[in-house]
Design a protein around this ligand. Structure first.
Ligand code: SF4
Length: 399
């Protein structure tokens, strides 16, 4: 077994927000005062104390995501203390933060707790963009937050969103320049999506807001590729760029079918080496009450199978080669590392017989397969991975 098989990522979901952004489809609540976030964090600690000894695996990463983890600071102390003995020495410990919560005092507390990577939800440096996205901070606050974070935290990521109504290419160019003018190590650039249940999607369906055209969005993606390459960033995944040496360890676990567990309501987990050749995937129900009800039963759960039978844990039962294949191909094709055709054939028992569309793409140089069997898409095509994933998956055929 390699080191990756002995260590996992840990995602901790903090579902509280001070108010709700209208585009957001994450599991979250604005009732954070009523729901008592400090007692929620104590509950996460109880779950971590039950899960980690049963798994017996070291933590390569910890990711506090949400929601808005930056609403809290010292409340994480006992939880982080509990995790300490499970951490690998070089573990990446990330926390998501909203710029309006970043103060010198809080940054110091987070750094003292061991947070060594801060991911700031900037979303835009344009006042018009922030207003459209219903964010609480100003462009100036976002800049100050990035600088404050870097004063004590070695690795800072900024999240930006492109595709908001009225956004011109010049606005996007200005955002890219504003971000790269700061001393940051990583950038995550996401297209605005109109997710089914969000207020923004409802407004879109009623014709109150307009989405940008696919052509405009693709131009913005290509602009980011050119601009960030010129600024010394490496392109890791369709939405993620980093300075040399600062690839996101936690996200790479997701992209390359590594093992992680998620604790907190709505969190997802995957153990690659459990339950057969295609691993075990499960999620915790978004209803917070189910987790709270289950807390008293944690002490009686002595094995992984016991924990997977906890209230609100939904294990994916119909999991076979085709599910694993589509997941592996979809996530790998969006990255510079691509997919390992030989490893996929070995794991599934399938053969790789490129369909005519793939043969043509190989001839045109849109994709390539090297001598070691690594199949990669050209960077411009990562953006169209959804179309390629099916074609590539269907090129793996049962003997
Ligand atoms: S985008 Fe972040 S701050 Fe806004 S509602 Fe979603 S989780 Fe909360």
């Amino acid at each position: 077994m390699n080191q990756d098989a002995h260590s996992i990522g840990l995602y901790l979901h903090i579902p509280f927000c001070s108010r709700l952004c209208h585009y957001c489809d994450f599991v979250k609540t604005a009732r954070f005062a009523a729901d008592d976030p400090a007692s929620y964090v104590r509950m996460l600690k109880a779950y971590a104390d039950a899960w980690l000894p049963v798994l017996g695996l070291k933590l390569r990463t910890v990711f506090l995501g949400g929601g808005t983890p930056s609403l809290l600071d010292e409340a994480y102390g006992p939880l982080m203390e509990s995790l300490r003995s499970w951490l690998l020495p070089e573990a990446e410990i990330t926390m998501e933060a909203n710029p309006e919560h970043v103060t010198p005092e809080r940054v110091k507390i987070w750094a003292d707790l061991g947070i060594n990577r801060l991911s700031l939800g900037v979303q835009s440096f344009q006042a018009r963009g922030l207003k459209f996205l219903t964010r609480e901070h100003s462009p100036e606050r976002a800049r100050d937050a990035a600088q404050l974070a870097r004063s004590l935290i070695p690795n800072v990521n900024l999240d930006l969103i492109y595709g908001w109504q009225g956004q011109e290419l010049s606005d996007w160019e200005a955002d890219l320049h504003a971000a790269t003018a700061l001393d940051i190590q990583h950038l995550s650039l996401y297209t605005l999506t109109y997710e089914g249940r969000t207020p923004l999607a409802r407004m879109h369906r009623r014709g109150v807001v307009d989405a940008l055209t696919d052509e405009r969005l693709e131009s913005m993606y290509l602009m980011a590729c050119d601009t960030l390459r010129a600024k010394g960033f490496e392109h890791e995944e369709v939405s993620n760029w980093h300075k040399p040496g600062f690839a996101s360890v936690h996200n790479s676990i997701y992209w390359h079918a590594g093992s992680y567990i998620g604790l907190g309501n709505g969190a997802h987990s995957f153990l690659a080496e459990h339950g057969g050749p295609f691993g075990t995937r499960w999620s915790q129900d978004p209803n917070l009450r189910l987790m709270q009800d289950g807390q008293s039963q944690l002490v009686t759960r002595a094995s992984l199978d016991d924990l997977l039978r906890m209230p609100g844990v939904h294990v994916e039962t119909e999991r076979g080669a085709s599910e694993w294949l589509l997941e592996t191909v979809s996530s790998g094709l969006r990255t510079g590392k691509g997919i390992n055709v030989n490893a996929i054939c070995a794991r599934t028992g399938y053969n790789f017989r490129p369909r005519p569309s793939l043969d043509q793409a190989l001839r045109q140089g849109l994709m390539q397969v090297d001598a070691a069997g690594i199949l990669t898409l050209r960077e411009e095509e990562w953006y169209r991975e959804t179309g390629w994933a099916l074609e590539v998956s269907l090129s793996f055929v049962a003997p």
